[in-house]
Design a protein around this ligand. Structure first.
Ligand code: FE2
Ligand code: FE2
Length: 192
């Protein structure tokens, strides 16, 4: 099944987001670091799920590299990490659908991780299209392609442990929720 978002971010979102590109970069650095962390915490929580550990390590490494690259852009802009960790209303909104049983929770977390990669990729592409600074534009245009490779990774992991049709059906439900959350969030200079 090809993962497809059910809400398309309008280009106006990107025009608004890049108005304060420095805040956007701060939020983005934080997001990359959090994805790397999430992969590591999945390994810590599920050490016996050996089928997915290598890939979780690999994605964590890649996300940490993205964090390094965004940090470099922040310094290139003459700033430093501001230590402000804004709550991510998107993750909070989408996670509200997560089920509490341990197996269901595991499945839902992986599906949400894939969908969040897809949303991130969609938005990085838009940022690359509208941001003035050619160095930042090039970075986002490259990043969007790299994040595309992560989209199916987490759902593929879920399918190591759960029936493919069950995962697809649940993905469909979460995509509906994700679209509703994305469509209703106020726009900020942030990825969500
Ligand atoms: Fe990333
Ligand atoms: Fe990613």
């Amino acid at each position: 099944m090809e993962l497809k978002l059910k809400y398309t971010t309008p280009i106006e979102w990107a025009h608004q987001a890049v108005k304060d590109i420095d805040s956007f970069l701060q939020d983005h650095a934080d997001a990359e670091r959090k994805v790397a962390n999430m992969c590591l915490s999945l390994i810590a929580k599920y050490p016996n799920r050996i089928e997915i550990i290598d890939e979780l390590i690999q994605i964590s490494v890649e996300e940490l590299l993205h964090f390094k690259q965004v940090y470099e852009l922040i310094r290139y802009r003459g700033h430093q990490l501001n230590g402000v960790f804004q709550k991510d209303p998107y993750i909070k909104g989408v996670m509200s659908i997560v089920r509490s049983g341990s197996e269901e929770l595991f499945m839902d977390r992986l599906i949400i991780a894939s969908i969040a990669e897809l949303r991130g990729s969609e938005r990085f592409k838009l940022i690359g299209e509208v941001v003035d600074d050619p160095k930042i534009s090039k970075f986002y245009t490259n990043l969007y392609v790299q994040e595309l490779e992560h989209i199916n990774s987490f759902i593929k992991m879920a399918k190591c442990y759960f029936d493919s049709e069950v995962v697809d059906k649940r993905t469909e439900e979460i995509l509906i929720k994700e679209a509703e959350v994305s469509a209703n969030l106020p726009w900020r200079s942030a990825i969500h």
